[in-house]
Design a protein around this ligand. Sequence first.
Ligand code: C2O
Length: 569
Amino acid sequence: MKDSKFCLNLWCNVLFLILLVTFTNAETHYHEFVVQATAVKRLCRTQNIITVNGQYPGPTLEVRNGDTLVVKVINSAQYNATIHWHGIRQMGTPWADGPEYVTQCPIQPGAAYTYHFTVKNQEGTLWWHAHSRWLRATVFGALIIYPKLGVSYPFPQPTTEIPILLGEWWNSDPMDVLRQALFTGAAPNVSDAYTINGQPGDLYRCSNRDTTKFFVDSGDIILLRIINAALNQQLFFTVANHKLTVVGADAAYTMPFTTRTLMLGPGQTTNVLLTADQTPGRYYIAARAYASARNAQFDNTTATAILEYKSALCSARKGFLSKPTLPQLPAYNDTATVAAFTTQFRSPSNVKVPIEIDEDLFLTVGLGFVNCNPGPQCQGPNNTRFAASMNNVSFVLPSTTSLLQAYYQGIPGVFTTDFPAVPPIKFDYTGSVSRALWQPTFGTKLYRLKFGSRVQIVLQDTAIFSTEDHPIHLHGYHFYVIAQGFGNYDSGQETANFNLIDPPKRNTIDVPAGGWAVIRFVADNPGAWLMHCHIDSHLTWGLATVFLVENGAGQLQSIESPPADLPPC
Ligand code: C2O
């Protein structure tokens, strides 16, 4: 009797200690982000861009699972600004999500707002970026979440870790590029360069002195945390002569698989292991476009960085360092390579995919056109203005308050909740679409979800203008990608092929060009959550919708009250 009581006490103490250790291990990280104009030189010219703290890319945030981030954003720039923590679930903290007019009004020039949130059960590579107009072209950085202290990776411990941010560069202010496109109704000017950690690399004018270099030792195991922060372009990524083993994506671990080439849609992240097992030397890391739309302009340049073995430098006589080896990249429109790559993603077992479904949505995603009177503001194809939509609704952001505020405070007239669960008309989505179906309607239509509902969404690309790969990102959630394919989705045929065992968990899914993808999640996070194409030109044209997830039972399942410093509109 006495013994068992003693045991009980012992266990209590052990448990208490474990709790204490867990509790005290979680840290709070305070940061100050000053959004400001900064002069930088790229491609032979000096230009003012908007940065955070004068850095391009912006500061890397490093935290552990369970830590809290408190980031005071001070807007010293001439544009409105907000910061979004891409992929952070924001469980219980929807006011910290960041998309302007969705969860907050923008931080106006001269104003500040403090984002406060805790990382809950997430590990891997995420990133942060501005979520106001096109500010994110230059306002972005890595957000790295390490496992809790004492927890290791589910793969060999790397010798080094390298964040790699792929960006897109214009020889002009991206906000001007946007302004011009909004005026003319035409497609915005394509970028002038891609960048790797802020540098375009050796293949561009005036750039080779500053090419990004990574120095490694033979035998090193390197964890590359690759982030596609490009504004409007899917990118292929490869390293000359080296194999890449994918171990994670969008802050979720994956079953490891080996590949030569990655493809990342804007918004996506991929973690890969690279072993420095080649002849000591210099190898190019390269990124260039995967451009799936037909007859659309794109930036066809190639960004490079250099992977350099330190011993190569020592053994080479000064000035005799060999030219780095250039890798092979797939053709710009190589959709087959993309499909072969993306269909290899699997979760590492024991995932809880919702089996029963409460909400069954079918969303067309694609471009559209608005007919207009020929003139300077009607410069899209055949006297039109470009638009984009989901289920034929081109999403319009409010301007007087945010959707979350309007919902929380019951402000009428800001949005409606009649976003359609299916397209208004069924048609041959990926075939030749009649012109009568090209013009979307405009509106601020949200879709309501009951707390805890199990949601399935079929995302179906359309051929309006052209079939095209769309990276669809959902805020506030991770989802399982249970199927994808080409052509028109056919539920009768496809349900039998759903992967409900080990589908990959993501926050951004590249819907195949001329195809479809099926995702599932449980609506367990109340708030107003944007779902949109992460190609910013498409988002600008309205390729978005918002899920309004209702409160559940009790305080823990309800939206907290807004912070006192939430910016006014
Ligand atoms: Cu990466 Cu709406 O965001």
